[in-house]
Design a protein around this ligand. Structure first.
Ligand SMILES: Cc1ncc(COP(=O)(O)O)c(C=O)c1O
Length: 396
């Protein structure tokens, strides 16, 4: 009997990263040494005090049981998040009503869409974007209105370009700065404009602040909640995956409007049992412990970026240094401009073993670009640059 996936699943675009993963497997099976820049998957170890806290937690009484919202450890975690937030952004949060721990921010973003979108509800989603921003909407049955982001506007959405009727019918808008994949940042003035734009509309503004710590030089990432009035209709997502190199631990959180968050908690209560207590204890240690680690890895990412971007430019692939995130968002080399980003990614991977993320994996507006994640040590970058240099010398 043929099994048919739900219509909403068939509406999802092909998950290009799964396709790239498949090609990686194929190439590896042929004995090629793959150098993988394709996923934003930090390769540093988390802070040692975090590992220690997790180890100790494994011996705690009751650690292996389902966790509960009102028990001590979860209350402590929510308090730790609120304190971290205040220290970082000067934003005061009620830990019981305005903070929700998540099994990674990706999970939370997808469930938020499920909590609020009816079939055919509109959501305003910039393109390119981190895939769950649009795929979450599609899985919830919603309809995407793509706001194109362009380099000449600093990859900020032009809110005035959205037709009035579209805005009226939209239930949700997604933003994320520092931005994956373009690496763009925004200042507080942009958030002021967003709040001014949204205050008289019935729209939830979601801000994904995954890269709040990965900023360079004098730049600073802002919370949208720093703007007066934002709490009336905004929620913000965070993750420990990037700042503390804990992607596999699955720990994130959402903060902001209590009513929106209460619907998120309700949705989650039907599908999950919260975070493992060992992970909660580790998260408390990460958020309340010394933050020197964060500074150190930001420095290391910057070193990698400088090394790799200088290398790309030297071998004839023009690239720019980002002000934030650990990505390089780069146009395809000129001689490959007739290729789609997916065709180029596949060719590069098959011919050199260097894996990148195709721009269209982040939506239509990502066409013509690829993204390198700086999750590879410099010795391996050197090898990759050598292979790319040979590749670029070949006839197309
Ligand atoms: C913008 C953005 N949001 C969310 C995530 C996912 O984070 P988590 O590991 O907390 O699910 C990522 C991961 O790359 C990301 O780039």
């Amino acid at each position: 009997m043929p099994m048919h996936e739900a219509n909403r699943m068939m509406r999802l675009p092909p998950y290009l990263f799964t396709i790239v993963d498949g090609i990686k497997r194929e190439v590896r099976a042929k004995g090629v040494d793959v150098i993988d820049f394709s996923m934003g998957n930090p390769d540093f170890d988390p802070p040692s005090h975090v590992i220690t806290a997790a180890r100790q937690a494994l011996r705690m009484k009751g650690v292996h049981r389902y966790s509960k919202w009102d028990e001590e450890i979860e209350c402590n975690l929510r308090r730790a998040i609120a304190r971290w937030y205040y220290t970082k952004f000067g934003v005061e949060l009620d830990p019981d009503k305005e903070v929700v721990p998540l099994i990674g921010s990706k999970e939370g973003i997808a469930h938020l869409a499920l909590a609020f979108l009816n079939n055919d509800d509109l959501a305003l989603i910039p393109s390119p974007a981190y895939p769950v921003h649009f795929n979450g909407v599609i899985m919830a049955g919603g309809i995407l209105y793509n706001i194109p982001l362009s380099e000449d506007r600093g990859y900020l959405p032009d809110l005035m370009s959205i037709p009035r009727e579209t805005t009226r019918l939209s239930k949700m808008m997604m933003l994320s700065y520092p931005h994956n994949p373009t690496t763009a940042t925004c200042d507080l003035d942009f958030f002021n404009r967003v709040i001014h734009w949204g205050h008289d509309k019935n729209i939830i503004v979601v801000h994904d602040l995954a890269y709040s710590d990965i900023v360079f030089g004098s730049k600073r990432a802002h919370s949208i909640l720093e703007v007066k009035g934002a709490r009336k209709f905004c929620v913000e997502f965070h993750t420990l995956s990037k700042s503390y190199s804990m992607p596999g631990w699955r720990m994130g959180f959402a903060v902001g409007n209590r009513d929106i968050l209460s619907s998120l908690v309700k949705t989650k209560s039907y599908v999950d049992f919260g975070l493992f207590r060992g992970v909660q204890q580790a998260a408390i240690a990460a958020l309340t412990g010394p933050q020197t680690y964060v500074k150190r890895i930001v420095g290391l990412y910057k070193q990698r970026i400088d090394y790799f971007v200088d290398g790309l430019n030297r071998i004839g692939w023009p690239a720019k240094k980002p002000q934030a995130t650990f990505y390089i968002w780069s146009r395809l080399p000129a001689q490959y401009c007739a290729f789609t980003s997916m065709e180029f990614t596949e060719l590069l991977l098959r011919e050199t073993g260097v894996a990148v993320a195709p721009g269209t994996g982040f939506g239509e507006q990502g066409e013509g670009f690829v993204r390198f994640a700086m999750v590879v040590p410099e010795v391996r970058m050197k090898v990759a640059l050598g292979r790319i240099q040979e590749f670029l010398k070949r006839k197309v």
